[in-house]
Design a binder for this molecule. Structure first.
Ligand SMILES: Cc1cc2nc3c(=O)[nH]c(=O)nc-3n(C[C@H](O)[C@H](O)[C@H](O)COP(=O)(O)O)c2cc1C
Length: 188
């Protein structure tokens, strides 16, 4: 197969789309984030790579708390909006109805079907970003999006991002059972 060298970029196809919430100057502020991942199994931790310049980072650094909210397809425009404008210049607190769990500075979004409140455990300083690692204190899911007590992707209807083409994608059909389909392979 002929391969084309396409330059040094982090092509992760696709990335999960989320909205990060934090309190900045005692008001909720939100930003769109797709550079995020699970980083520890036990205790459960999530890491998100934030550009150093963002307004949200100030609140995260001050209170060491933030939320991760998974929007559904209907929440795409709002999630995109909080990625287009900065709280530095524009108040974004009105956009979402916030609710709180155990943490008082991690505003979670009512109309996101799946949300997590996180306590910062570490901030890794990188050349242009800071990688914020948070321990998940609690997760919340709309009851209507659970199947047998587990968040159900077909009910949540999350969406994904690809870069550098900057497009959002719906999740398609289930393609296989993980930790299972590989069992049929045997050394020949
Ligand atoms: C689709 C999308 C994904 C984004 N992902 C990230 C990300 O993972 N990390 C980041 O730092 N900024 C990301 N951004 C940019 C911020 O959301 C954006 O700069 C935002 O306006 C910052 O808001 P703030 O200054 O109020 O914190 C993304 C923007 C969009 C539209």
């Amino acid at each position: 197969m002929s391969k084309t060298k396409i330059g040094a970029q982090a092509f992760l196809y696709p990335m999960p789309m989320a909205v990060i919430g934090a309190h900045v100057k005692e008001k909720p502020n939100y930003l769109a984030a797709a550079w995020l991942t699970r980083v520890n199994f036990n205790p459960p931790m999530i890491g998100v790579a934030l550009g150093k310049v963002h307004f949200t980072n100030r609140g995260i650094r001050e209170h060491l708390e933030f939320s991760v909210n998974i929007p559904d397809l209907d929440g795409m425009a709002a999630a995109d909006y909080v990625g287009l404008v900065s709280g530095m210049k524009t108040d974004k607190s009105w956009l979402y109805k916030a609710f709180y769990g155990e943490l008082t500075h991690a505003p979670m979004i009512e109309n996101c079907p799946l949300t997590m409140e996180c306590r910062v455990t570490q901030i890794v300083d990188l050349p242009s970003n800071e990688f914020v690692i948070g321990e998940i204190v609690n997760a919340y899911c709309d009851e209507s999006c659970l199947t047998d007590g587990i968040p159900d992707i077909t009910k949540i209807r999350p969406f994904a991002l690809t870069m550098p083409d900057n497009r959002y994608w719906e999740i398609g059909e289930m393609a296989g059972k993980a930790w299972s389909v590989g069992r049929k392979i045997q050394k020949g």
